[in-house]
Structures are given as structure tokens and as C-alpha cells.
Ligand binder design. Structure first.
Ligand SMILES: [Zn+2]
Length: 47
């Protein structure tokens, strides 16, 4: 799952609210978003 973050207002945007063809900030209408991974720490155990 990939989250988007507006470059302008830096609000996190739900990808479910976006259509792939129209990537636009739902808060300020800015059209440049960057992909932001959710803050989840992946722990990998070595075998
Ligand atoms: Zn914005």
C-alpha cells in the first residue's frame, strides 16, 4: 500500500481517494504528490 503526500501542504492523502489518472491533492488541489510509505517498521528475522 502506497500513501501519497502533497508536496505543497504535506498532507497525507488516501490512495483510495485518488484516481490514477488524476493525482491531485484533495486538500489544496496541488498536482504534485510524492509517494510516502506508511510508517511501518519491517522486522526481518534472519534464518
Ligand atoms: Zn496539498
Amino acid at each position: 500500500m502506497t500513501l501519497y503526500r502533497c508536496v505543497n501542504c504535506k498532507q497525507r492523502i488516501n490512495p483510495s481517494e485518488l484516481v490514477e489518472e488524476r493525482i491531485q491533492c484533495t486538500y489544496c488541489g496541488y498536482r504534485i504528490l510524492e509517494k510516502a510509505r506508511p510508517e511501518i517498521v519491517h522486522k526481518i528475522k534472519a534464518r
